[in-house]
Design a protein around this ligand. Sequence first.
Ligand SMILES: [Zn+2]
Length: 500
Amino acid sequence: MSHDELMDYDQVLALYEPVIGLEVHVELNTASKMFCGCSTAFGAEPNSQTCPVCMGLPGSLPMVNAKAVESAIRIGLALNCSIAARCRFARKNYFYPDMTKNFQTSQDDEPICFGGRVEVEAENQRFTIDIERAHMEEDAGKSVHVGGATGRIQGAAYSLMDYNRGGVPLVEIVTKPVVGAGALAPQVARAYVSHLRDMMRALGVSDVKMEQGSLRCDANVSLRPIGSATLGKRTETKNINSLRSIERAVRHEICRQGAILAAGGSVTQETRHWHEDGSYTSPGRSKENAEDYRYFPEPDLVPVAPSPEWVEQLRATIPQPPAVRQAELRQAWGLTEAEMRDVVAAGAVDLIAATVEAGATPQTARKWWLTELSRQANAHGVDLESLAITPQAVAEVQRLVDDQVINDKLARQVIEAVLAGQGAPAQIVADQGLALVSDTSALQAAVDQVIAENPEVADKIRSGKVQAAGALIGAVMKQMRGQADAAKVRQLLLAVLTGR
Ligand SMILES: [Zn+2]
């Protein structure tokens, strides 16, 4: 647990203005790595996808992956960036076990994309986020810490290295300091990353799975006294692996820094780690010497010089901006603006679109994702898209409801079973005998029995108090373990008691 003192959020906001900056790493979905032919497939045997180039062995020579450059340019165009006519890679020198080359091939003062801007919406307000740059680089390997309780290096007995990820192409997107969001800074940070995720998915350049690390966000947060023009000391929070965590991590840093500043202290400029379990940040390495990477141009790679014709060809492949697409979907789905905002805020646009594509109506698709599945996501502390259910399965559940195989209540039971990994919806209904009883004689027997057991209520209904039927319908449903169509039960019951 964290022992940091936190200040009440509203109190901080009365004294200070939060300034945020976001660095998002997008892992590209190219088949091979940035500078060699190794596969980028996720989840392979450790160190089975390496070669002399990505391990940096003497005499090996890198070559730029053209597809990765193409993706980087398309990302830049979608972010309204300028594309450099000529740019170079640079060596970012550092020693760490996750990088056997002792430098990361990145871009320094010559990024391929620069000077962009995107618009996001949070709490009905529009914010413009200025993009400083988007540059190409390679990912590092992965440390696996063994023998500790937490899987972190602290307390581990030893560490293993998996270099399969080393050399996988990344695009790092860096914003300019975002000012003016005020109390909405945490929501704006979330809306921005959500926007990027939708954009990357629409571009088809990345899997954008935050929990697998193919979309990673570092959040810079600083506070300055209201009215001050100078930026305060900032912290950079890493390890944020879901949209909801971005919002919570930014908010936490605002409250933590507020407490330090209000007590007359000063914020240490450092990297911090987000702890999902306890919802707090803890210090990582100090960033006082952040500029010590001794960048220099990579001598083994020629400059990248995309022709204007190629850039224009790629511009033609940029999908419509998420806001435009959302406006079109809102029309197609027949939603009000407020309803659509809820869908966007829940991160459910693509999920609903895919569910509709799989055969559900917009109304039912939206119903499942915004009610039952949102409830489940909250209960599990994950984003909607991390739930273990596909849009196709949701559409299948709705099809079973439409075909009157199950009712809404049973559908929720089926969804829970899908989330628990018990199979596909139809399979679960079959395996667990969840289908509605369509056999009229079984229903009739249950109806007759309930009438016999409740003579007084039955008499009321006979004498015309039809509204009393609810209690008996409930009793029949209970006896059928919920596996009956309530409308049909009502029909049978009234036929017996009123002859209608
Ligand atoms: Zn390789």
